[in-house]
Design a protein. Structure first.
Length: 558
């Protein structure tokens, strides 16, 4: 049926696509092993500046020159729009999220239409090694290829949860002494008859591995089709990524349900049934609840602001200080812009409109002692401000009464916020801590420890970096490239989002307030605020739903 024509309105996307990413014959940048690739996807900056803005990162695949990434790019496909994409591949050498700290393996530029037009076989392009001057090349200055395969997704709000065990895995002992590590991959068949990977398990030692439970959306697993062919392949882990296949099992979601708690024999590489087998010890299909489901059923979001008052911001009386403000400057200082950008959106989810605001790194009245966790109201019994305008007014009043000092310690405020969130474990309330800072963190170990501990709580931490400092430490806390850990303990989920203020406001900051008319300047400033808010709040819905899922909290039961 044709879409209804309604003049003066926008149209919905043509469809939602899932783009699978694979690479072949990548450059080996490591001396004693093989490259550890990750793919980063960019789209054109919405500001129209001609630059690229990061859209998605895949997982890192260790010791592999021919990676098939599990992480997919899900994107709204619009037939009538040229949707350009850029794919950059890196060899990951450290936990840093800064791409400049990793080896560049190649890039391509294309658009969604080109990927879609290649149909079931996917679009394969040579990776170009010249990052700065990209142009499509067939042989010269290229090394390796990337293949992009698009599939239209259906809306399907279910997920599959299963647990798999293996038995008598051949080759699981090395020289009869040492246990080998065993893992499995799960792939779905495409329209071309080929398979694309959707899950890779962790490695488990021993001939009878019991892998951790798997949770995967029905849409990702089989695009909602319970009879779609799936392939489970079991592998013995090898040195530097040279893994050995122990055999495969073909199944479907329907067959997985029918085979529950029964041994399934693995077909070996010779096509014959082997002595190894697997068993689904648990399997269930459950509904998926969205951010909207929880908000509609009464979950409230509470935002707490934490402001960096360390001396590295500069004397507030100096026009170059990040804390300097005048009534004649329409844009406000970076701290005010960050507060307004996030607060104006998040206040709609909090009916009280009361925001606790804390400061750190300053000497406070009446005795001038240094505090890393003080109410900006300077009233210990009441840290709350009424509305975002109240936050700005209280912040300005505080600046006049304190002395900027140091150092930059995050742990005290995060610990207090975690204690508050700990009292809301029933899912009725979700807490967001917005830290606005200019400096390099000085209590990194303590901060990492408390964040890893707080990952089980209804809490998200947003860090907005203002100024031109080196923010590598903040990017490590973000954990988008490598999951945050402390002394070997991994955070159970990602609860930190780091956003450099300068990225959203770079153009606006370079323009003198007098260079534009009031209306045009306010319009440009509004776009910058929207962009900052989008980047800052992008991960909150997923972080909220991941907490609810981890506690088995259903909408309406919180």
């Amino acid at each position: 049926m044709a879409t209804q024509f309604t003049p003066g309105t926008g149209s919905d996307p043509t469809s939602t696509l899932e783009i699978s990413i694979s690479c072949r014959n990548l450059i080996d940048k490591d001396t004693f092993s093989r490259s550890d690739p990750m793919c980063v996807v960019f789209h054109p900056s919405p500001t129209g500046s001609g630059g690229w803005e990061e859209l998605k990162r895949t997982e890192v695949i260790w010791d592999c020159l021919n990676p098939d990434f599990v992480t997919k790019l899900v994107i709204d496909y619009r037939f009538e729009v040229e949707q350009k994409l850029r794919f950059e591949v890196y060899d990951i050498d450290s936990p840093s999220s800064n791409l400049a700290n990793h080896d560049f393996l190649g890039c391509v530029e294309t658009n969604v239409a080109q990927i879609v037009s290649k149909g079931f076989n996917g679009l394969t392009l040579p990776l170009q090694l010249d990052k700065g001057k990209y142009r499509q090349m067939k042989t010269a200055n290229t090394r390796g290829t990337i293949t992009l395969l698009a599939e239209e997704l259906v809306q399907y709000k279910e997920e599959v949860i299963f647990k798999l065990e293996g038995y008598s895995m051949s080759g699981s002992y090395l020289m009869g002494m040492f246990k080998s590590s065993i893992f499995f991959t799960l792939s779905k068949i495409t329209e071309s008859g080929n398979y694309t990977i959707v899950y890779r398990s962790p490695e488990v030692k021993g001939p009878n591995p019991s892998w951790p439970p798997v949770t995967i959306s029905m849409r990702t697993l089989a695009n909602g089709d319970k009879d779609r062919c799936l392939r489970i392949e079991v592998w013995k882990s090898g040195v530097n990524g040279y893994h050995k296949s122990l055999g495969i099992v073909h199944t479907t979601v329907s067959k997985m349900l029918a085979d529950l708690r029964q041994k399934i024999w693995i077909t070996g590489n010779n096509g014959k049934e082997s002595k190894s087998s697997i068993k689904f010890t648990q399997l269930s299909i459950v509904p998926v609840f969205t951010f909207m489901d929880y908000i509609s059923s009464g979950t409230q979001i509470h935002c707490c602001f934490a402001i960096d008052f360390t001396g590295s911001n500069g004397d507030p009386s100096d026009a170059h200080s990040l804390h300097h403000f005048t009534t004649s400057d329409l844009r406000g200082n970076p701290y005010e812009q960050a507060i307004q950008s996030v607060g104006e959106i998040i206040q709609d989810y909090n009916p009280t409109k009361l925001f606790p605001v804390y400061g750190f790194g300053a000497r406070i009245p009446p005795l001038g002692v240094v505090s890393h966790n003080f109410p900006v109201t300077l009233n210990p019994s009441n840290p709350h401000c009424n509305g975002i305008n109240g936050v700005i007014e209280t912040y300005r009043n505080c600046i006049r009464q304190i002395q900027l000092f140091g150092p930059t310690n995050f742990a005290p405020i995060i610990r207090d916020m975690a204690n508050t969130a700990r009292r809301s474990a029933d899912g009725k309330h979700y807490h967001v801590l917005l830290i606005i800072t200019d400096g390099i963190i000085t209590d990194m170990p303590q901060t990492k420890e408390i964040i890893v501990e707080a990952a089980v709580l209804p809490l998200s931490i947003i860090i907005v970096g203002v100024g031109n400092a080196n923010f590598d430490a903040m990017q490590e806390l973000d954990g988008d490239t490598v999951r945050l850990s402390y002394q070997g303990k991994l955070a159970s989920r990602d609860i930190v989002q780091f956003v450099p203020y300068r990225d959203a406001y770079s153009w606006l900051a370079s323009v003198s307030p007098g260079a534009l008319t009031t209306s045009s300047y306010e319009s440009t400033a509004r776009l910058a605020k929207i962009r900052l808010a989008q980047e800052v709040l992008a991960e909150i819905p997923e972080q909220l739903t991941s907490f609810m899922k981890s506690r088995n909290i259903l909408p309406g039961n919180n």
